[in-house]
Design a protein around this ligand. Structure first.
Ligand code: FES
Ligand code: FES
Length: 188
Protein backbone atom coordinates (compact mmCIF):
# COMPACT_ATOMS: atom_id res chain seq x y z
CA UNK A 1 0.00 0.00 0.00
CA UNK A 2 1.30 3.44 -0.92
CA UNK A 3 2.17 5.88 1.91
CA UNK A 4 -0.54 8.43 2.73
CA UNK A 5 -0.53 11.31 0.27
CA UNK A 6 1.23 9.32 -2.50
CA UNK A 7 -1.05 8.74 -5.47
CA UNK A 8 -0.77 5.43 -7.32
CA UNK A 9 -2.79 6.50 -10.34
CA UNK A 10 -2.77 9.36 -12.82
CA UNK A 11 -4.75 10.64 -15.75
CA UNK A 12 -2.64 10.27 -18.88
CA UNK A 13 -3.11 11.07 -22.55
CA UNK A 14 -1.98 8.49 -25.05
CA UNK A 15 -1.56 9.31 -28.75
CA UNK A 16 -2.63 6.20 -30.59
CA UNK A 17 -3.07 5.88 -34.35
CA UNK A 18 -3.46 9.64 -34.68
CA UNK A 19 -6.06 9.98 -31.92
CA UNK A 20 -5.73 11.20 -28.35
CA UNK A 21 -7.12 9.12 -25.50
CA UNK A 22 -7.19 10.47 -21.97
CA UNK A 23 -7.71 7.91 -19.25
CA UNK A 24 -6.90 7.34 -15.59
CA UNK A 25 -4.45 4.48 -15.06
CA UNK A 26 -2.81 2.76 -12.15
CA UNK A 27 0.91 3.52 -12.48
CA UNK A 28 1.64 -0.20 -12.78
CA UNK A 29 -0.58 -0.64 -15.85
CA UNK A 30 1.33 -1.80 -18.91
CA UNK A 31 0.76 -0.20 -22.27
CA UNK A 32 -0.51 -3.58 -23.48
CA UNK A 33 -3.20 -3.73 -20.80
CA UNK A 34 -4.14 -0.10 -21.35
CA UNK A 35 -4.62 -0.79 -25.06
CA UNK A 36 -6.55 -4.01 -24.67
CA UNK A 37 -8.44 -3.65 -21.41
CA UNK A 38 -9.04 0.08 -21.21
CA UNK A 39 -9.23 1.26 -24.82
CA UNK A 40 -10.63 -1.88 -26.46
CA UNK A 41 -7.78 -1.98 -28.98
CA UNK A 42 -7.58 -5.74 -28.89
CA UNK A 43 -5.62 -6.16 -32.13
CA UNK A 44 -2.43 -6.10 -30.04
CA UNK A 45 -2.13 -9.57 -28.53
CA UNK A 46 -0.90 -10.84 -25.19
CA UNK A 47 1.20 -13.98 -25.42
CA UNK A 48 3.82 -14.41 -22.73
CA UNK A 49 3.35 -11.04 -20.94
CA UNK A 50 7.08 -11.04 -20.17
CA UNK A 51 8.82 -9.74 -23.27
CA UNK A 52 9.69 -13.00 -24.94
CA UNK A 53 7.20 -13.68 -27.74
CA UNK A 54 6.65 -10.38 -29.57
CA UNK A 55 2.87 -10.85 -29.83
CA UNK A 56 2.33 -7.44 -28.21
CA UNK A 57 4.65 -5.50 -30.55
CA UNK A 58 3.57 -1.96 -31.39
CA UNK A 59 5.45 1.03 -32.79
CA UNK A 60 6.37 3.85 -30.43
CA UNK A 61 7.71 6.92 -32.23
CA UNK A 62 8.29 4.61 -35.20
CA UNK A 63 10.39 2.08 -33.30
CA UNK A 64 9.07 -1.35 -32.37
CA UNK A 65 8.47 -2.08 -28.73
CA UNK A 66 6.94 -4.93 -26.77
CA UNK A 67 4.02 -3.23 -25.06
CA UNK A 68 3.89 -5.76 -22.21
CA UNK A 69 7.18 -4.35 -20.89
CA UNK A 70 6.23 -0.72 -21.32
CA UNK A 71 4.33 1.17 -18.65
CA UNK A 72 1.42 3.15 -20.03
CA UNK A 73 2.53 6.24 -18.10
CA UNK A 74 5.92 6.09 -19.85
CA UNK A 75 4.21 6.15 -23.25
CA UNK A 76 2.39 9.41 -22.59
CA UNK A 77 2.95 11.98 -25.32
CA UNK A 78 4.63 9.52 -27.68
CA UNK A 79 3.20 8.45 -31.02
CA UNK A 80 1.91 4.90 -30.72
CA UNK A 81 0.90 2.84 -33.73
CA UNK A 82 -1.00 -0.40 -33.22
CA UNK A 83 -2.16 -2.84 -35.86
CA UNK A 84 -5.48 -0.98 -36.00
CA UNK A 85 -3.60 2.05 -37.37
CA UNK A 86 -1.55 0.33 -40.07
CA UNK A 87 -4.12 0.31 -42.88
CA UNK A 88 -4.84 3.77 -44.26
CA UNK A 89 -8.03 5.05 -45.91
CA UNK A 90 -9.46 1.55 -46.07
CA UNK A 91 -6.41 0.16 -47.88
CA UNK A 92 -4.16 -2.48 -46.41
CA UNK A 93 -0.49 -1.60 -46.04
CA UNK A 94 1.81 -3.48 -48.49
CA UNK A 95 3.10 -5.53 -45.53
CA UNK A 96 -0.45 -6.60 -44.69
CA UNK A 97 -1.18 -7.38 -48.34
CA UNK A 98 1.95 -9.52 -48.54
CA UNK A 99 0.98 -11.49 -45.43
CA UNK A 100 -2.45 -12.19 -46.95
CA UNK A 101 -1.15 -13.00 -50.42
CA UNK A 102 1.64 -15.31 -49.23
CA UNK A 103 -0.17 -16.98 -46.32
CA UNK A 104 2.07 -15.39 -43.68
CA UNK A 105 -0.15 -16.68 -40.90
CA UNK A 106 -2.24 -19.61 -39.77
CA UNK A 107 -4.17 -18.93 -36.54
CA UNK A 108 -3.29 -15.25 -36.80
CA UNK A 109 -2.55 -14.70 -33.11
CA UNK A 110 1.03 -13.57 -33.65
CA UNK A 111 0.23 -11.70 -36.86
CA UNK A 112 -0.40 -8.16 -35.52
CA UNK A 113 2.96 -8.26 -33.76
CA UNK A 114 4.66 -9.79 -36.80
CA UNK A 115 3.31 -7.05 -39.05
CA UNK A 116 4.28 -4.22 -36.68
CA UNK A 117 7.75 -5.72 -36.41
CA UNK A 118 8.02 -6.13 -40.17
CA UNK A 119 7.18 -2.45 -40.69
CA UNK A 120 10.08 -1.49 -38.45
CA UNK A 121 12.42 -4.11 -39.94
CA UNK A 122 11.94 -2.65 -43.40
CA UNK A 123 12.62 0.87 -42.14
CA UNK A 124 15.61 -0.19 -40.04
CA UNK A 125 17.12 -2.03 -42.98
CA UNK A 126 16.49 0.81 -45.42
CA UNK A 127 18.23 3.13 -42.94
CA UNK A 128 21.31 0.89 -43.07
CA UNK A 129 21.09 -0.63 -39.62
CA UNK A 130 23.11 -3.86 -39.39
CA UNK A 131 21.82 -6.95 -37.59
CA UNK A 132 23.52 -9.87 -35.86
CA UNK A 133 23.37 -11.65 -39.24
CA UNK A 134 25.21 -8.88 -41.09
CA UNK A 135 28.61 -10.17 -42.17
CA UNK A 136 30.31 -6.85 -42.83
CA UNK A 137 29.28 -4.12 -40.40
CA UNK A 138 31.91 -1.58 -41.48
CA UNK A 139 30.21 1.72 -42.41
CA UNK A 140 31.96 1.71 -45.79
CA UNK A 141 30.39 -1.66 -46.62
CA UNK A 142 26.98 0.01 -46.86
CA UNK A 143 23.64 -1.52 -45.95
CA UNK A 144 23.47 -5.32 -46.22
CA UNK A 145 21.11 -6.89 -48.76
CA UNK A 146 17.90 -8.05 -47.12
CA UNK A 147 18.55 -11.76 -47.42
CA UNK A 148 16.33 -14.44 -45.86
CA UNK A 149 18.97 -14.78 -43.13
CA UNK A 150 18.75 -11.05 -42.43
CA UNK A 151 14.96 -11.19 -42.28
CA UNK A 152 14.97 -14.21 -39.97
CA UNK A 153 17.41 -12.53 -37.62
CA UNK A 154 15.61 -9.19 -37.64
CA UNK A 155 12.23 -10.87 -37.05
CA UNK A 156 13.57 -13.28 -34.42
CA UNK A 157 11.86 -11.45 -31.56
CA UNK A 158 8.46 -12.52 -32.90
CA UNK A 159 7.53 -16.12 -32.25
CA UNK A 160 4.87 -18.01 -34.19
CA UNK A 161 3.37 -21.06 -32.51
CA UNK A 162 1.92 -22.21 -35.82
CA UNK A 163 5.32 -22.20 -37.49
CA UNK A 164 4.39 -19.93 -40.39
CA UNK A 165 7.97 -18.67 -40.52
CA UNK A 166 8.73 -19.58 -44.14
CA UNK A 167 5.76 -17.59 -45.40
CA UNK A 168 6.46 -14.74 -43.02
CA UNK A 169 9.99 -14.36 -44.41
CA UNK A 170 8.63 -14.37 -47.96
CA UNK A 171 6.00 -11.77 -47.05
CA UNK A 172 8.54 -9.43 -45.45
CA UNK A 173 10.82 -9.79 -48.48
CA UNK A 174 7.99 -9.05 -50.90
CA UNK A 175 6.81 -6.01 -48.94
CA UNK A 176 10.36 -4.70 -48.64
CA UNK A 177 10.96 -5.00 -52.38
CA UNK A 178 7.69 -3.16 -53.06
CA UNK A 179 8.90 -0.15 -51.12
CA UNK A 180 12.21 -0.20 -52.99
CA UNK A 181 14.37 -1.90 -50.41
CA UNK A 182 17.45 -3.86 -51.44
CA UNK A 183 16.21 -7.46 -51.48
CA UNK A 184 19.02 -9.31 -53.25
CA UNK A 185 18.21 -12.98 -52.96
CA UNK A 186 14.97 -14.59 -54.05
CA UNK A 187 13.19 -16.20 -51.12
CA UNK A 188 12.23 -19.82 -51.71
S1 FES B 1 3.20 -10.60 -24.70
FE1 FES B 1 4.74 -9.11 -24.82
S2 FES B 1 6.48 -10.16 -25.58
FE2 FES B 1 4.99 -11.72 -25.24
S1 FES C 1 -0.01 -17.73 -37.06
FE1 FES C 1 -0.56 -18.82 -35.23
S2 FES C 1 0.91 -18.16 -33.81
FE2 FES C 1 1.62 -17.34 -35.68
Amino acid sequence: MAPAGISTSSAITLHINGEKHTLPVDHRTTLLDALRERLDLTGTKKGCDQGQCGACTVLIDGRRAVSCLQLAVAAEGREITTIEGVAQDGRLHPVQEAFVELDGFQCGYCTPGQICSALAVIEEHAAGWPSAATEDVRPEAGPPPLTPEEIRERMSGNLCRCGAYTSIVRAVAQAASQVGDDVKEPVA
